[in-house]
Design a protein around this ligand. Structure first.
Ligand code: HEM
Length: 233
């Protein structure tokens, strides 16, 4: 028990140092952005990397001797917690960035202006008090909805990552929820790609997102076929 606790503490400490170093290291690429916007983008990117890493640990454990299985599961759980913490920080900063307008102005603002309050991320048609707000279905609106679904999933994964939550939900419901991780990764890839392609343009390029996503996919496919081969033998 004490050994497990120490191991988890070390994983959290290493994750914290990784997030801090990554933020510091990436900061120089974002000097053209205001600090809060830069922090938001960096945290979104780190969360994307961490979600991808959690998807690599399962396959990695299949290549390692079985005695490493429990340690891999524990690392995956704790990295998932940090993916959740960084994703939530990204979204909180986005919401702060997009709420710089007084609340009443939100209702009168231009629907095409994304800085029309954080509700403007998801809705348009604020011209009149009586008009119904319509879902924002532009490419950026779709990216925002993809982000919204991702953050709802990531938060659910974060709050159910304890043994207590596993017991409360029941093994099969818990497993079904946590098997959604690859789906969340795909949503985040699409969300990031749309933002990088249509709004941000720098410092990340499409290949930054695509190469990592491709690497995760290749490792998972290779591990899948290796498992099939072993079973058939
Ligand atoms: C699991 C949840 C999420 C993850 C992992 C995530 C990840 C990312 C990534 C990788 C980028 C590209 C960063 C870059 O250009 O380098 C990004 C940008 C962005 N995301 Fe998300 N995102 C998530 C949820 C959301 C949600 C719910 C919103 C709110 C609608 C949102 C709004 C934005 C905005 C406005 C940008 C543009 C850059 C910025 O100001 O940060 N994201 N996100």
């Amino acid at each position: 028990m004490a050994r497990t606790l120490t191991f988890r503490l070390i994983t959290h400490l290493v994750s914290l140092i990784f997030v801090a170093l990554a933020m510091r290291w990436m900061r120089s690429d974002y000097l053209s952005f205001p600090p809060m916007e830069a922090a938001s983008m960096i945290l979104g990117y780190i969360s994307f990397l961490l979600i991808g890493l959690t998807l690599l640990i399962g396959p990695l454990s299949a290549w390692l001797p079985s005695r490493f299985g429990a340690a891999c599961l524990s690392i995956r759980r704790d990295l998932g917690i940090w993916a959740g913490i960084t994703a939530i920080s990204h979204v909180v900063l986005v919401l702060i960035l997009f709420s710089g307008v007084p609340r009443l102005m939100i209702l009168q603002s231009n629907a095409d202006n994304p800085r029309s309050g954080w509700l403007g991320l998801f809705f348009q048609n604020y011209e009149s008090f009586y008009g119904w707000p319509m879902p924002r279905l532009s490419l950026i609106g779709i990216a925002n909805y993809l982000g919204l679904i991702s953050i709802l999933y990531v938060t659910s994964l974060l709050f159910t990552s304890s043994d207590g939550a596993k017991k409360w939900l029941g093994g099969s419901a818990w497993k079904r929820l946590h098997l959604a991780n690859p789906f969340v990764f795909i949503l985040v890839v699409l969300h990031g790609l749309i933002y990088i392609q249509s709004v941000k343009g720098e410092p990340h390029t499409l290949s930054d997102i695509l190469l990592f996503a491709f690497a995760v996919w290749i490792v998972r496919v290779m591990t899948f076929w290796r498992t099939v081969r072993h079973r058939r033998r």
